[in-house]
Design a protein around this ligand. Structure first.
Ligand code: GAR
Length: 205
């Protein structure tokens, strides 16, 4: 399948280091994508500074302004759809998107999560891994479905949990891997190596 330049919209809430890794891969010519816009739910998100520095449109859509979650998500969906994205990437977007949004972008919505899913869905994954005494931890890039952190996995990376690790060192280790696997997953999608339908097909017996 020919490689195409994927048109991306990124949703963020904070630091934006994953966004930065994607911007850098694109600039290095190693990722066949362009980022049309970065949309944040928080005005203070540092990722917006990164977007501006890269010449990417940055928008803030604040959920607090809307009386109902559905209204906020309608507005968000409209803003995303305006850019006609091939792929919507959640890059540290710390909100759970409702079924309607997920349905509208079905098969075009991906997320990165700091755990080896299906383990440790939700928040505070690094501390929970330490509390459980696990010896391995990692990150997952997956397609988003209506169930939280449960859509089909595209790629995972593992890290070892060492005796001296705390939540902060573990976060750093996992982030380093996230910065490799998110651009790689997007490139696979650009190359047509991966899509939602492939991943949900049951393997032949
Ligand atoms: C990343 O560790 C990402 O996996 C996580 O937030 C961090 C964002 O960092 N996402 C989630 O927990 C989503 N459930 P970044 O803003 O520096 O990319």
């Amino acid at each position: 399948m020919p490689v195409r330049i994927l048109n991306l919209v990124a949703l963020i809430s904070g630091r934006g280091s994953n966004l930065q890794s994607i911007i850098e891969r694109i600039n290095e010519g190693r990722l066949d994508a362009k980022i049309a816009a970065v949309i944040s739910d928080r005005e203070q998100a540092y990722g917006l500074v990164r977007a501006r520095a890269a010449g990417i449109a940055g928008l803030v859509i604040r959920p607090e302004v809307y009386a109902r979650k559905a209204e906020y998500e309608n507005e968000l969906a409209q803003a995303v759809a305006n850019y006609n994205p091939d792929l919507v990437i959640l890059a540290g977007f710390m909100r759970i998107l409702g079924g309607q949004f997920v349905q509208q972008f079905h098969g075009r919505l991906v997320n990165i999560h700091p755990s080896l899913l299906p383990n440790y869905k939700g928040l505070n994954t690094h501390q929970r891994v330490l509390d459980a005494g696990d010896k391995t931890h990692g990150a997952t890039v997956h397609f988003v479905t209506a169930q939280l952190d449960a859509g089909p996995t595209i790629i995972q990376a593992q890290v070892a949990v060492d005796a001296h690790d705390d939540a902060a060192t573990l976060r750093q280790k996992v982030l380093r891997e996230e910065h490799k696997i998110y651009p790689r997953a997007i490139q696979w999608i650009a190359e047509g190596k991966v899509n939602f339908a492939h991943l949900i097909k049951t393997p032949a017996a």
